[in-house]
Design a protein around this ligand. Sequence first.
Ligand code: PLP
Length: 261
Amino acid sequence: MMGVALTIAGSDSGGGAGIQADLKTFQELGVFGTSALTAVTAQNTLGVHGVWPLGPEAIRAQMDAVFADFDVAAAKTGMLFSGEIIGEVAAGLAAAGNPVLVVDPVMIAKGGAHLLREEAIAAMRDKILPVATVITPNIPEAEVLAGMAIRSAQDMEEAGRRLIAMGAQSVVVKGGHMEEEKRACDLFMDGRGERIWLSAERIRTKDTHGTGCTFSAALTAFLAAGEPLEKAVGGAKRFIHAAISDGLGLGGGHGPTNHWA
Ligand code: PLP
Protein backbone atom coordinates (compact mmCIF):
# COMPACT_ATOMS: atom_id res chain seq x y z
CA MET A 1 0.00 0.00 0.00
CA MET A 2 1.15 3.55 -0.71
CA GLY A 3 2.83 5.40 2.16
CA VAL A 4 0.97 8.41 3.53
CA ALA A 5 2.84 11.54 4.65
CA LEU A 6 1.45 14.55 6.52
CA THR A 7 2.85 18.05 6.44
CA ILE A 8 1.94 20.51 9.21
CA ALA A 9 3.15 23.78 7.75
CA GLY A 10 2.42 27.20 6.28
CA SER A 11 1.23 28.06 2.77
CA ASP A 12 3.52 29.91 0.34
CA SER A 13 1.41 31.53 -2.37
CA GLY A 14 4.55 31.60 -4.54
CA GLY A 15 4.60 27.80 -4.51
CA GLY A 16 8.31 27.35 -3.78
CA ALA A 17 8.28 26.71 -0.04
CA GLY A 18 5.86 25.61 2.68
CA ILE A 19 2.95 23.25 2.10
CA GLN A 20 3.23 23.61 -1.67
CA ALA A 21 6.87 22.49 -1.75
CA ASP A 22 6.06 19.66 0.64
CA LEU A 23 3.14 18.27 -1.36
CA LYS A 24 4.99 18.53 -4.68
CA THR A 25 7.95 16.71 -3.17
CA PHE A 26 5.76 13.99 -1.63
CA GLN A 27 4.14 13.46 -5.02
CA GLU A 28 7.47 13.26 -6.84
CA LEU A 29 8.81 10.71 -4.37
CA GLY A 30 5.77 8.47 -4.64
CA VAL A 31 4.00 8.98 -1.33
CA PHE A 32 0.47 10.28 -0.76
CA GLY A 33 0.56 13.79 0.70
CA THR A 34 -1.88 15.12 3.29
CA SER A 35 -1.67 18.50 5.01
CA ALA A 36 -2.60 20.57 8.05
CA LEU A 37 -2.20 24.25 7.22
CA THR A 38 -0.83 26.39 10.07
CA ALA A 39 -0.71 29.82 8.42
CA VAL A 40 -1.30 31.58 5.13
CA THR A 41 1.48 33.73 3.72
CA ALA A 42 1.26 36.13 0.80
CA GLN A 43 4.63 35.82 -0.88
CA ASN A 44 6.54 35.43 -4.10
CA THR A 45 10.21 35.03 -5.01
CA LEU A 46 10.84 38.63 -3.89
CA GLY A 47 9.65 38.19 -0.32
CA VAL A 48 6.91 37.67 2.23
CA HIS A 49 4.18 40.34 2.04
CA GLY A 50 1.97 39.11 4.86
CA VAL A 51 1.41 36.33 7.37
CA TRP A 52 -1.95 35.16 8.74
CA PRO A 53 -1.79 32.32 11.26
CA LEU A 54 -4.78 30.00 11.54
CA GLY A 55 -6.52 29.47 14.88
CA PRO A 56 -5.15 26.50 16.86
CA GLU A 57 -8.59 24.87 16.70
CA ALA A 58 -8.55 24.84 12.91
CA ILE A 59 -5.05 23.38 12.85
CA ARG A 60 -5.93 20.66 15.34
CA ALA A 61 -9.13 19.78 13.46
CA GLN A 62 -7.13 19.21 10.27
CA MET A 63 -4.64 17.00 12.09
CA ASP A 64 -7.36 15.00 13.84
CA ALA A 65 -9.24 14.50 10.56
CA VAL A 66 -6.16 13.19 8.79
CA PHE A 67 -5.01 10.96 11.65
CA ALA A 68 -8.52 9.54 12.15
CA ASP A 69 -8.73 8.23 8.60
CA PHE A 70 -5.21 7.63 7.28
CA ASP A 71 -2.37 5.50 8.47
CA VAL A 72 0.22 8.31 8.49
CA ALA A 73 3.64 6.69 8.09
CA ALA A 74 5.58 9.92 8.65
CA ALA A 75 4.76 13.56 9.41
CA LYS A 76 6.74 16.78 9.22
CA THR A 77 6.41 20.18 10.77
CA GLY A 78 7.37 23.40 8.99
CA MET A 79 6.25 26.94 9.85
CA LEU A 80 4.61 26.83 13.29
CA PHE A 81 4.62 30.59 14.00
CA SER A 82 3.52 30.87 17.66
CA GLY A 83 3.81 29.15 21.01
CA GLU A 84 0.05 28.65 21.01
CA ILE A 85 0.17 26.81 17.66
CA ILE A 86 3.12 24.72 18.82
CA GLY A 87 1.21 23.65 21.95
CA GLU A 88 -1.77 22.52 19.87
CA VAL A 89 0.38 20.73 17.27
CA ALA A 90 2.26 18.90 20.03
CA ALA A 91 -1.06 17.86 21.59
CA GLY A 92 -2.36 16.68 18.21
CA LEU A 93 0.77 14.61 17.61
CA ALA A 94 0.54 13.08 21.09
CA ALA A 95 -3.13 12.20 20.52
CA ALA A 96 -2.05 10.37 17.36
CA GLY A 97 0.55 8.38 19.28
CA ASN A 98 3.49 10.56 18.19
CA PRO A 99 4.17 9.28 14.66
CA VAL A 100 7.59 9.33 12.96
CA LEU A 101 8.27 13.08 12.83
CA VAL A 102 10.63 15.26 10.83
CA VAL A 103 10.96 18.73 12.38
CA ASP A 104 12.11 21.56 10.14
CA PRO A 105 12.47 24.32 12.76
CA VAL A 106 11.55 27.13 10.36
CA MET A 107 12.33 30.54 11.88
CA ILE A 108 13.16 33.31 9.42
CA ALA A 109 12.62 33.45 5.64
CA LYS A 110 15.55 34.39 3.41
CA GLY A 111 14.08 37.87 2.99
CA GLY A 112 14.03 38.37 6.78
CA ALA A 113 10.33 37.74 7.53
CA HIS A 114 9.73 36.04 10.88
CA LEU A 115 7.92 32.73 10.40
CA LEU A 116 8.35 31.85 14.09
CA ARG A 117 7.80 34.41 16.83
CA GLU A 118 10.58 34.90 19.39
CA GLU A 119 8.18 33.85 22.15
CA ALA A 120 7.73 30.46 20.42
CA ILE A 121 11.37 29.37 20.55
CA ALA A 122 11.07 27.94 24.06
CA ALA A 123 7.97 25.96 23.04
CA MET A 124 9.83 24.61 20.00
CA ARG A 125 12.60 23.41 22.33
CA ASP A 126 10.32 22.03 25.05
CA LYS A 127 7.38 20.57 23.12
CA ILE A 128 8.48 19.73 19.58
CA LEU A 129 12.14 18.72 19.91
CA PRO A 130 11.37 15.86 22.34
CA VAL A 131 8.98 14.24 19.84
CA ALA A 132 11.25 14.67 16.80
CA THR A 133 12.53 11.54 15.10
CA VAL A 134 14.88 13.88 13.30
CA ILE A 135 15.27 17.66 13.39
CA THR A 136 16.77 19.50 10.39
CA PRO A 137 18.04 22.96 11.42
CA ASN A 138 20.20 25.14 9.21
CA ILE A 139 23.12 26.88 10.93
CA PRO A 140 21.21 29.95 12.20
CA GLU A 141 18.38 27.75 13.50
CA ALA A 142 20.82 25.35 15.19
CA GLU A 143 22.53 28.34 16.82
CA VAL A 144 19.25 29.59 18.29
CA LEU A 145 18.05 26.17 19.48
CA ALA A 146 21.41 24.99 20.84
CA GLY A 147 22.29 28.43 22.26
CA MET A 148 25.77 28.69 20.74
CA ALA A 149 27.66 30.17 17.81
CA ILE A 150 28.57 27.74 15.01
CA ARG A 151 31.74 28.49 13.06
CA SER A 152 33.25 25.05 12.39
CA ALA A 153 32.54 21.37 11.88
CA GLN A 154 33.31 20.82 15.58
CA ASP A 155 30.71 23.45 16.48
CA MET A 156 28.17 21.65 14.27
CA GLU A 157 28.88 18.44 16.19
CA GLU A 158 28.50 20.17 19.54
CA ALA A 159 25.20 21.75 18.45
CA GLY A 160 24.01 18.32 17.27
CA ARG A 161 24.90 16.80 20.64
CA ARG A 162 22.99 19.56 22.46
CA LEU A 163 19.86 19.08 20.34
CA ILE A 164 19.93 15.34 21.01
CA ALA A 165 20.42 16.05 24.74
CA MET A 166 17.26 18.21 24.52
CA GLY A 167 15.30 15.16 23.36
CA ALA A 168 15.51 14.90 19.57
CA GLN A 169 16.22 11.30 18.53
CA SER A 170 18.50 12.49 15.74
CA VAL A 171 19.54 15.64 13.94
CA VAL A 172 20.72 16.84 10.55
CA VAL A 173 22.67 20.10 10.98
CA LYS A 174 22.67 21.61 7.48
CA GLY A 175 25.89 23.41 6.60
CA GLY A 176 24.64 25.29 3.53
CA HIS A 177 24.94 28.65 5.36
CA MET A 178 28.71 28.18 5.85
CA GLU A 179 29.30 30.24 2.70
CA GLU A 180 33.10 30.19 2.92
CA GLU A 181 33.13 26.36 2.64
CA LYS A 182 33.63 25.01 -0.89
CA ARG A 183 31.23 22.14 -0.36
CA ALA A 184 27.79 22.03 1.26
CA CYS A 185 28.33 19.63 4.17
CA ASP A 186 25.55 18.43 6.43
CA LEU A 187 26.00 16.42 9.61
CA PHE A 188 23.69 13.57 10.62
CA MET A 189 23.90 12.43 14.26
CA ASP A 190 21.77 10.20 16.42
CA GLY A 191 21.56 9.38 20.11
CA ARG A 192 23.54 6.14 19.66
CA GLY A 193 26.67 7.99 18.61
CA GLU A 194 26.20 7.54 14.85
CA ARG A 195 27.78 10.42 12.97
CA ILE A 196 27.68 10.77 9.16
CA TRP A 197 28.89 13.71 7.10
CA LEU A 198 27.02 14.27 3.84
CA SER A 199 28.91 16.37 1.37
CA ALA A 200 27.93 17.79 -2.00
CA GLU A 201 29.32 20.39 -4.35
CA ARG A 202 28.13 23.90 -3.38
CA ILE A 203 25.98 25.37 -6.13
CA ARG A 204 26.11 29.14 -6.46
CA THR A 205 22.62 30.19 -7.50
CA LYS A 206 19.98 32.62 -6.34
CA ASP A 207 17.24 30.02 -6.88
CA THR A 208 17.25 28.63 -3.35
CA HIS A 209 13.78 29.56 -2.12
CA GLY A 210 12.25 26.66 -0.23
CA THR A 211 15.36 24.52 0.05
CA GLY A 212 14.81 23.75 3.75
CA CYS A 213 11.17 22.79 3.18
CA THR A 214 12.04 20.64 0.18
CA PHE A 215 14.87 18.82 1.99
CA SER A 216 12.72 18.01 5.02
CA ALA A 217 9.78 17.00 2.80
CA ALA A 218 12.02 14.62 0.84
CA LEU A 219 13.28 13.14 4.10
CA THR A 220 9.67 12.69 5.28
CA ALA A 221 8.72 11.08 1.97
CA PHE A 222 11.56 8.54 2.13
CA LEU A 223 10.60 7.69 5.72
CA ALA A 224 6.92 7.36 4.74
CA ALA A 225 8.02 4.99 1.98
CA GLY A 226 9.68 2.81 4.62
CA GLU A 227 13.35 3.72 4.13
CA PRO A 228 15.58 3.50 7.21
CA LEU A 229 16.58 6.89 8.61
CA GLU A 230 20.19 7.03 7.41
CA LYS A 231 19.22 6.01 3.89
CA ALA A 232 16.37 8.54 3.92
CA VAL A 233 18.79 11.34 4.90
CA GLY A 234 21.11 10.39 2.02
CA GLY A 235 18.20 10.29 -0.41
CA ALA A 236 16.98 13.71 0.75
CA LYS A 237 20.47 15.18 0.33
CA ARG A 238 20.63 13.88 -3.27
CA PHE A 239 17.12 15.18 -3.98
CA ILE A 240 17.87 18.71 -2.72
CA HIS A 241 21.20 18.81 -4.53
CA ALA A 242 19.45 18.00 -7.82
CA ALA A 243 16.63 20.46 -6.98
CA ILE A 244 19.12 23.33 -6.47
CA SER A 245 21.28 22.33 -9.46
CA ASP A 246 18.32 22.49 -11.78
CA GLY A 247 16.75 25.86 -10.82
CA LEU A 248 13.73 26.97 -12.81
CA GLY A 249 14.62 30.65 -13.25
CA LEU A 250 11.12 31.70 -12.16
CA GLY A 251 10.33 35.11 -10.64
CA GLY A 252 12.54 38.13 -10.12
CA GLY A 253 14.04 37.18 -6.77
CA HIS A 254 15.09 33.96 -5.06
CA GLY A 255 13.42 31.50 -7.41
CA PRO A 256 12.05 28.15 -6.32
CA THR A 257 14.12 24.99 -6.50
CA ASN A 258 13.09 22.33 -8.96
CA HIS A 259 10.80 19.82 -7.26
CA TRP A 260 10.80 17.25 -10.05
CA ALA A 261 12.61 14.06 -9.13
N1 PLP B 1 7.26 30.40 3.55
C1 PLP B 1 6.92 29.33 4.24
C2 PLP B 1 5.49 29.04 4.46
C3 PLP B 1 7.95 28.50 4.73
O1 PLP B 1 7.64 27.41 5.43
C4 PLP B 1 9.31 28.83 4.49
C5 PLP B 1 10.44 28.03 4.95
O2 PLP B 1 10.40 27.10 5.63
C6 PLP B 1 9.60 29.96 3.77
C7 PLP B 1 8.54 30.72 3.32
C8 PLP B 1 10.99 30.44 3.57
O3 PLP B 1 11.60 29.92 2.53
P1 PLP B 1 13.03 30.50 2.16
O4 PLP B 1 13.69 30.98 3.39
O5 PLP B 1 13.70 29.29 1.58
O6 PLP B 1 12.81 31.56 1.14
